[in-house]
Design a protein around this ligand. Sequence first.
Ligand code: UTP
Length: 420
Amino acid sequence: MDKLTQVKTILKKYNQEHLLYFYDELSDEHKDMLLNQILNINFDEIISLYQNSLEPSHLDINTVSPLEHLEKNKFSFDELNKYIMIGEKKIKSGFLAVVTMAGGQGSRLGYKGPKGTYELSFDSDHIKKSLFQIMCEDIKRANQKYNIVIPWYIMTSQENHIATEEYFKLHDFFGYPKDKIKFFIQENLPLIDVNGKLILQEIYQIKSASNGNGNVFKSMKNNGIIQDLENNNIKWISFGGIDNVLLKNVDPLFIGLADEKNYEIASKSIFKRRPLEKTAVYCRKSGKPSILDYDDIDINLSVSRYEDGTYKYREANILSHLMTLNAVKKASNYSLSYHRAFKKNAFVNDEGMKQVPDKPNSYKFENFIFDIFSYFDDMLLLRVNEDEEFAPIKDFTGIYNPDTAKEKYEKYWSINKTDS
Ligand code: UTP
């Protein structure tokens, strides 16, 4: 059977024949490109993800219990020093690596280019700094303080990989030793519209996008990053997103605590101030560490407290995690479940014209990094201060916009001039 007939049979089976609407208009090169792309798509997977996602999910609230946490503010001065010293020793021994997850689409921000290249203007210094530069400076400060060079791994997507690498080259890697930065591309999946149809990005190309930050473990394995960590004798890996300008990639307290208390995985949280705020919180499900989605949180859960008055379900996730290399290796062998996100994506309409929607039009299926927690019996959860560690940029209109992030960043650095 020739390639075209093979493709037509597949598309008919999955009711996706529209993908060849413009086939006759294409150059031979583009025809081949499109056919190859279709042959490489796992239609069974994407169609069943879509169909399963239409079923309402149900959480049995009886399986939910709180996940204990520690609070940075409740440590005594001596305790803080003790754990910081332990963490610093690990860092100085070269046991830490940083992984930055920068493979997202940044669709809510709607900025053209990798989100990490988005620049904030700082009035105080009359300068602009991109999110990548801000993160790079954070790790460089630690390098200087501990007299080491921390290996830095940056996860990109097929969509933004080339642009990300070029951006770093253009800026001479912001002074970071080039051989200590490695970029790796995560996997992707086709997007699907509200009628269950795959969408075209060009008349010769199907639109696909990164499959969520939870794909980081598999992508690290498939791209030789886990091997590289092993070769570098790394023991701890710090994971974070690119869009939090106050993320502490290198935190001796966090490392010291996790190491001394023999945890394999650790996360930071901030206190969720309003009980019904749309924020996911940490919990246990069937005894295993997990995350409670905001749709599953009711007021009773949100206001329930331990005997000492501490709330049980108010520790909000800030995408700041720490894992041992062994835990990462274990994680890379699991297939996490997919979550459905509704996003705005440009598409080719029935007339073959590119259309930019003004509201979400397509489903993206994503693995979330926090779904790995339930494969472990326990984890450290450390509540930190929002003003010191959480200033993300998500969109222009919500509470996590570039202006609020910049304000928090400037305020933090005006108080902590010598911090590292
Ligand atoms: P978000 O879930 O906030 O999404 O990512 P996003 O992709 O940046 O933006 P929207 O939702 O399209 O507007 C949190 C972090 O996880 C990374 C992002 O780059 C960000 O640092 N991420 C997200 C990935 O690395 N890969 C993905 O597939 C998704």
